[in-house]
Design a protein. Structure first.
Length: 243
């Protein structure tokens, strides 16, 4: 399988200079003055393979990385690893949430539309992941738009499953086929483990056959470093696709 071969690059440290993550922005709504500022990572072979389409991963950072300096988005997760030279077989979109705000679904969806239109995205393989505040955003956007995403991986997040589901008009069949792998630290004193547990329980109640939850027994709030360092996460993503 072509994507599985690409995942091997994640295990071996890159022997080249760190790949460029370009800083970009788009205007989402001129009237509302909504703007999306983001980092964009393109796979190493993106320019060489002109006919290829690539999976897309959107990464949502936590509350501490909000503001106007896009370099802060590189503090954790895939943007940090890419900056250090890690190679990924995804187009990675890493937006920045403005100071004092939380993730806005309208802005995120407009950004996804923009990237899918401008770049060669395999739209059957759109993935969503995030940590802490970004974990909440991942649960919310992923469930509300479950027919768009092939898989989500929320880390130390949560939410009100019933409220999200009822307000979104989410389609039952799409929700049941959404790949879900959540992560949380058992000793998290910022976002309690029960937040992830409630979301997984909600999915099961509404008929999802296998939402996964990995709990790190000794981890506190930082359950993301171990998660994003694990090649199995990316291999799992690449197995998920919308038909």
């Amino acid at each position: 399988m072509k994507y599985i071969a690409l995942i091997l690059a994640l295990v071996v440290p890159a022997l080249r200079a760190a790949p460029v993550q370009t800083q970009q922005s788009i205007t989402v709504d001129k009237v509302k003055k909504l703007e999306a500022r983001f980092l964009l990572y393109l796979p190493e072979d993106y320019q060489k393979k002109e006919a290829a389409k690539w999976p897309l991963m959107m990464f949502l950072h936590g509350a501490g990385e909000r503001g106007g300096d896009l370099n802060r988005v590189k503090v954790h997760g895939p943007p940090m690893l890419a900056e250090k030279g890690q190679k990924f077989p995804f187009i990675i979109v890493s937006p920045q949430c403005p100071k004092g705000q939380v993730w806005d679904a309208e802005v995120l969806l407009a950004l996804l539309d923009h990237v899918c239109k401008k770049y060669r995205v395999d739209q059957s393989r759109q993935y969503l992941t995030g940590l802490s505040m970004g974990g909440y955003g991942t649960w919310s956007l992923g469930i509300a738009h479950c027919d768009r995403f092939a898989a989500i991986a929320p880390i130390c997040g949560g939410g009100n499953f019933i409220k999200i589901y009822n307000a979104s008009g989410a389609k039952g069949a799409a929700l049941r086929s959404l790949g879900v792998w959540a992560f949380h630290g058992a000793k998290d004193n910022v976002v309690k483990l029960s937040e992830s547990e409630k979301m997984v329980a909600g999915l099961k109640k509404f008929g999802h056959p296998n939402p996964k939850l990995t709990v790190y027994p000794e981890a506190r709030h930082n359950s993301w470093t171990k998660t994003y360092d694990n090649p199995e996460l990316y291999a799992w993503f690449l197995k998920q696709a919308r038909k």
